[in-house]
Design a binder for this molecule. Structure first.
Ligand code: LLP
Length: 418
């Protein structure tokens, strides 16, 4: 469930008309429903309430500070992937003891900052990285928890750019190498090998691949235990799919029902890293129609948001529902409309071949399900300032991040006399 609904023929974010927000803040603008973030977070939390479990919201999907604050206040931990995300997490007031750090390429500076902050655990992706963390922990005289990210070689059905748990991609460590590393843990006296991590991909709508991967992980944990390696934590990653159009994804309860029997038998503490499930349907991107252009073969709605603001359609062919913010009941319905941005690239589109009422300049559209991997993947391409982020809670809304200015576009830049 999300809190973007039509009331009296216009779209509301919780109890605030989207039109009203755009009037005040301008367009394009990302609008987040904090109530939806909380609702989705609590759905997972409740589904896993019968087991010792920490939910670490995946910051990469949405790193807005107000969002992070809202979730951590509700008890969420955070899954981070960079020094920048660590900085933002701490800035938002997150408890370092609930932060896990993934990424195949953590730099020594990033590792140092995270060990210093006292994070819960690192999800380690290579032998070299183990040495790096051990070195840093020795220097800081700390004993650091780590999990190795194993590659369970499961191929979920999702976009090939976002599968991560199969052989031949850069993520994780194959099980045999991982086994050897756990057994050789004594070589790393500043590390505590107390967990196992896996993440098989994103936007996965059925539980079968999760169960398959978790079974493999569970066999692996048992094998480690038999070899005298005590594993206390299993981090099962994120990846739960959401509804963008007509998907029928598993609910949090169905997911839990499928994986809990395996997990309970194992007797470990569980960590989850959901991103999209919490943030995806918690945000929209509101954009304004600049021009309507028809040729004998095509119709375009040219809008003020482009691929620099929301890149998912361009790079993954991702579908986002696009609806008029104010329903145009009497307008003629046109089929085959491409909703495109102002960027100088043919790949700059938000939606293709859609059915929309005939729109005119100034009409507003909402690009739905844009709360995950939306703003965080935005860029300044074509020297376009990044848009504002607004948060809504009940009948109130506020700008949580200002629209960038032209001055922001040249921040840090010097004109060199060459
Ligand atoms: N944990 C790890 C180790 C991950 O790599 C990811 C996402 C997550 C958790 C969170 O996954 P989620 O629950 O959100 O599926 N930009 C792409 C998605 C990339 C996902 C990267 N890893 C998109 O827009 O679809």
């Amino acid at each position: 469930m999300h809190f973007f609904k039509f009331k009296n023929n216009e779209l509301y974010a919780e109890n605030v008309a989207v039109r009203k927000i755009v009037k005040k803040v301008g367009s394009p603008v990302y609008i987040y429903s904090l109530g939806t973030f909380l609702d989705h977070f609590l759905k997972i939390k409740r589904a896993f309430a019968s087991i010792d479990c920490l939910i670490c919201f995946s910051v990469k999907s949405n790193s807005n500070l107000t969002v992070l604050k809202t979730l951590t206040k509700a008890g969420s931990g955070l899954d981070i992937v960079s020094g920048g995300e660590l900085f933002k997490a701490l800035k938002a007031g997150a408890d370092p003891k609930k932060i896990v750090f993934a990424s195949v390429g953590k730099t020594e500076e990033e590792i140092t900052a995270a060990v210093r902050a006292g994070i819960l655990s690192f999800n380690v992706e290579s032998e070299d990285e183990l040495e790096a963390i051990n070195r840093v922990a020795r220097r800081l005289n700390r004993r650091q928890n780590i999990s190795l990210r194993i590659n369970p070689d499961v191929q979920p059905k999702t976009h090939h750019y976002i599968t991560t748990g199969s052989k031949g991609n850069k993520f994780g460590i194959d099980m045999e190498t991982a086994f050897r590393l756990y057994v050789e843990a004594f070589k790393y006296p500043y590390l505590k090998f107390n967990g196992v991590h896996l993440h098989i991909g994103s936007q996965i709508t059925v539980s079968t691949p999760f169960v398959k991967a978790i079974r493999r992980a569970s066999d692996f944990v048992n094998r480690l235990r038999r070899a005298g390696v005590p594993i206390e934590v299993l981090n099962i990653g994120g990846g739960l799919g959401i509804i963008y159009s007509n998907e029928q994804p598993q609910t949090a309860e169905q997911y839990a029902a499928a994986v809990l029997p395996v997990l309970k038998k194992l007797g470990v503490r569980i960590i989850l890293e959901p991103g999209r499930f919490v943030s995806g349907n918690s945000g929209i991107l509101a954009t304004r129609v600049l021009y309507w252009k028809s040729s004998p073969t095509k119709t375009f709605a040219i809008v003020d948001a482009g691929m620099n603001d929301l890149i998912r359609p361009s790079i993954y062919g991702a579908y986002h529902e696009i609806v008029p913010v104010v329903a145009k009941k009497k307008a003629k319905i046109i089929s085959g409309v491409d909703i495109v941005g102002p960027i100088c690239e043919s790949g700059d589109f938000l939606g293709k071949g859609r059915k929309l009422p005939r729109l005119i300049q100034g009409d507003l559209l909402a690009v739905m399900s844009a709360g995950a991997y939306g703003y965080v993947m935005a860029s300044n391409y074509n020297s376009r300032p990044r848009v504002a982020e607004v948060v809504v809670r009940g009948s109130k809304f506020a700008v949580a991040r200002k629209r960038e200015t032209f001055a922001d576009l040249v921040r840090g830049e010097s004109i060199l006399d060459v």
